[in-house]
Design a protein around this ligand. Structure first.
Ligand code: ZN
Length: 134
């Protein structure tokens, strides 16, 4: 398995509207989509920077993954997502190399993509996501 590029960087924010204003007004990027991902208990906003996206994540539930992350660590970089051709195959590949998985099988992410998370204890402290069409 070999990722093709960094698909997106996920950033936990406390207030999506304020965060969007910063990315648009200060950095000059354009928010092209806002989406609720009920599965993950987040509301997301997307920006493109070349081939890579910035994914802002606001929690919709204090007990959701982003709610708990902000409670513990405050807002900031939450995860890095690699684009892979086949998420299910990529997850199997890294598991065979001893990586602990959060998701054994892909689940539905934003933008109709399949996603799967690797455990940060197995990835040098970086919560890592695979992202792809299948
Ligand atoms: Zn993500």
């Amino acid at each position: 398995m070999k990722p093709t590029h960094i698909e997106h960087i996920g950033i936990a924010v406390e207030n999506l509207e304020e965060a969007i204003t910063y990315y648009e007004k200060v950095l000059g990027l354009e928010c092209y989509a806002i989406e609720d991902v009920t599965d993950q208990k987040v509301k997301t906003a997307f920006f493109k920077v070349g081939d890579t996206k910035i994914e802002l994540l606001e929690s919709t539930d204090p007990d959701g993954p982003i709610g708990r992350f902000i409670e513990k660590k405050g807002p900031g970089i939450h995860h890095m997502a690699f684009a892979v051709e086949n998420v299910s195959a990529a997850l199997k590949d890294v598991e065979e190399n001893g990586v602990r998985l959060i998701d054994k099988v892909p689940k539905d992410g934003a933008e109709g993509l399949k996603i799967g998370f690797l455990h940060p204890k197995s990835t040098l402290g970086v919560l890592t996501e695979f992202c792809g069409d299948k």
